[in-house]
Design a protein around this ligand. Structure first.
Ligand SMILES: [Zn+2]
Length: 84
C-alpha cells in the first residue's frame, strides 16, 4: 500500500517534555507501549498527529483504534531527515 506524503511541521523545536500516562500504558503490550513512546518523542521533534484512516500504519496516527503501526515508517524517517 502506498501512503501519501506526511505534512511537515516546520516549527523550530528547542524543548519538548513528554509525560506518559501509566494508567493508559499499563494494559498495553510492550511493543505497543514502545510505539506510544516513539509517537510522543516524534512530537518532540515536531511531527504532527495524523488523523485520516489511511495513516493507520504510521506511528503518528492519532487514534489508538485501528492503529496498525509497527515502527517508524520510511516517510516519517524522511521528515526527520529533512528537518535535521
Ligand atoms: Zn500524538
Amino acid at each position: 500500500m502506498k501512503l501519501a506524503p506526511i505534512p511537515m511541521d516546520w516549527y523550530n523545536w528547542r524543548y519538548a517534555e513528554v509525560r506518559m500516562n501509566d494508567a493508559m500504558l499499563d494494559p498495553m503490550s510492550t511493543s505497543k507501549r514502545k510505539l506510544v513512546v516513539l509517537h510522543e518523542m516524534l512530537h518532540g521533534y515536531g511531527l504532527r498527529d495524523l488523523v485520516t484512516p489511511a495513516n493507520k500504519p504510521r506511528v503518528m496516527y492519532q487514534f489508538r483504534s485501528g492503529w496498525t503501526a509497527t515502527g517508524l515508517t520510511a516517510a516519517e524517517n524522511a521528515v526527520l531527515v529533512a528537518k535535521y
